[in-house]
Design a binder for this molecule. Sequence first.
Ligand code: AMP
Length: 149
Amino acid sequence: MQDYQHILLAADYSGHCGTVIRKAKALAHLYQAKLSAIHVLDNIPMPDTNYGTVIKLDIDIDSDEKLLEAEKDKFVQLCNRLAIDPANRWLVWGIPKQEIIQIAVQEQVDLIVAGSHGRHDLALLLGSTANSILHHTSCDVLAVRLQEE
Ligand code: AMP
């Protein structure tokens, strides 16, 4: 098997997210792979931009947009903790499954690491995002098994 060279962590900050993060980090270390991270903003109002708009992490935003500020902080902290290069951090507005696949293709990712479930669906065998990624991308996908607590 060829080593993975570029791993994309899909982080949703749900209760189990730590497990997914640890797996992605361990695999990146094991394969000495580039590690990227994506968080898709699907729960806060989108300002006057299109879906899929990449948000510049190094530019200040309007002080009214506290929610976005909090999301940015959380994401930057996570990426700093994982020593992810600023060029490999993706905070985007949109629909998680679509944006994760889009960035994976664009950045030539060869392994996506996501949770089997996140905030959306514990009822399904695979959460809606993990399921869609699995069926609509050509790279490998690791669905980290997360149990209901
Ligand atoms: P879900 O579809 O909510 O069951 O989520 C399954 C997995 O998809 C999560 O454990 C995350 O790895 C990923 N995911 C879901 N929503 C997002 C999001 N907004 N941003 C990044 N990754 C996500």
